[in-house]
Ligand binder design. Structure first.
Ligand code: ZN
Length: 433
């Protein structure tokens, strides 16, 4: 008591961690506690939470300082081969709040340079590494770029996504086999079985792609996000039994979630990492549908088509999005957007719409309040249609589209019918549920 140590397991686990003895990822849990407390401060304004975080971090700063002064820096880095979750991520976030150099130093010490160095020299040498130990370190390094502006860490995150997406991912957007990365571009020949795509890795890759989208506005990252969210999050909770989660998402032929090595967990007695993270994953259903961009004219990006409503404060607009259920016999994705202007709404706003890469341009059309819009050549890049705002709806001055077909706006409704080709992969297996 009174040391700044807060955990449901004894601090002796950290003695083992620092002595490079077998122990089950104690920092992974500490990271989750710190992240939750910092969110309490950031989103709920709880002052006690920030005090708790800084006290806990003081405790671990002293521990790491002890390891380095009594043993070596090498010993500390060696210990990072055990999962540490997003320790660097939460410490960079904390440093952004406190400005305390100790928090920055400790964040750097959890960056694991022997791994980030591989990515910094653009070598795809991640085969054999434990995926969920390393993806959170990349997320932390992305935060390092955002906090410090060091472009190396922007490049690291960008390259990492590039190799995972091009060479280590299934069509579902998921990665890893039996928790590890395997040889690049050899997934189909040797890895398809039941223990594919650890659920935590999908959750963490969503975070990686979210950072990249906010930096670049590239729709490819939003496409990736949609694919991974649809296949790797929606499918990890057993539909008829909420709270029952799955560790690994099978990709092999004729295999099933029900009969895999891990299979479904139990409602109250499973404590895999993928239980905590699996439940957390469902917060992703609502966290990356809308993005806003500051500027003279406020901009809103709608990059996921998920039925939802948004109180967009910068634009003073209430926006309702309704997505009709997609069915195999209907080749259109039908989306209705209904904006309601609030008092003090801006004279104009930019509305940016993602056109998914799995749509195609046959019969492409778009209109705004019954006026047809001229579509640019649809080559998959983001384009600006640049329409004047109709008099009865000053909320829209521009519609940006990518690779689309669109249809119709009526009064205050914006309707899109996006022709989809059947390229969307599905993670369901025959004996599912
Ligand atoms: Zn996991």
């Amino acid at each position: 008591m009174g040391t700044g140590y807060l955990s449901a397991f004894p601090s002796e686990q950290f003695d083992r961690f620092e002595a490079i003895k077998p122990v089950w990822a104690p920092y992974y849990t500490i990271y989750k506690i710190l992240a939750g407390l910092l969110d309490q401060h950031t989103f709920a304004g709880n002052p006690q939470a920030l005090k708790m975080v800084t006290w806990m971090v003081d405790y671990f700063y002293n521990r790491v300082q002890n390891v380095i002064s009594k043993h070596s820096l090498e010993r500390h880095y060696l210990s990072l081969n055990e999962e540490t979750g997003g320790m660097n991520d939460v410490l960079y976030k904390l440093y952004a709040i406190t400005g305390d150099p100790k928090h920055l130093v400790l964040a750097h010490l959890f960056d694991k340079p022997c791994f980030l160095g591989i990515l910094a020299v653009e070598a795809d040498d991640i085969s054999g590494l434990h995926a969920n130990t390393h993806i959170p370190i990349v997320i932390g390094s992305q935060k390092r770029y955002e906090i410090t502006g060091d472009p190396l860490y922007k490049a690291i995150g960008t390259y990492f996504m590039e190799i995972v997406n091009s060479s280590h991912s299934y069509a579902t957007g998921g990665t890893s086999v039996s928790e590890f990365w395997s040889d690049p571009k050899r997934l189909a020949s040797s890895t398809l079985q039941t223990e594919n795509e650890e659920s935590c890795t999908t959750y963490n890759m969503l975070k990686v792609s979210r950072h990249l989208f906010t930096w670049t506005k590239e729709m490819a990252y939003a496409d990736y996000y949609e694919c991974a969210l649809t296949n790797g999050v929606l499918g990890i909770q057993k539909g008829t039994k909420p709270g029952v989660m799955i560790y690994m998402l099978p990709q092999g032929r004729g295999v099933s979630k029900a009969t895999g090595y891990h299979g479904w967990g139990t409602k109250n007695d499973s404590f895999w990492c993928c239980y905590g993270t699996g439940i957390e994953s469902f917060s992703k259903l609502g966290d990356s549908i809308y993005f806003e961009e500051e500027g003279e004219v406020p901009s809103l990006y709608i990059i996921q088509y998920i039925s939802s409503s948004l109180d967009w404060k910068s634009g003073q607009i209430l926006l309702n999005q309704e997505v009709d259920a997609v069915s195999s016999w209907d080749p259109y994705l039908r989306v209705t957007l209904t904006p309601t202007l609030k008092e003090g709404a801006a004279q104009s706003s930019n509305l940016n719409l993602r056109i998914p890469s799995w749509t195609h341009t046959d019969g492409a059309k778009a209109s705004l309040n019954d006026q047809s819009l001229n579509l640019p050549a649809l080559d998959g890049s983001q384009e600006n249609i640049n329409e004047e705002a109709p008099e009865n709806n000053p909320a829209y001055s521009n519609v940006y589209v990518g690779n689309l077909s669109h249809e119709g706006l009526i009064k205050r409704e914006t309707r899109f019918e996006i022709h989809s080709s059947p390229k969307m992969p599905s993670a369901t297996s025959p004996n599912d549920m």
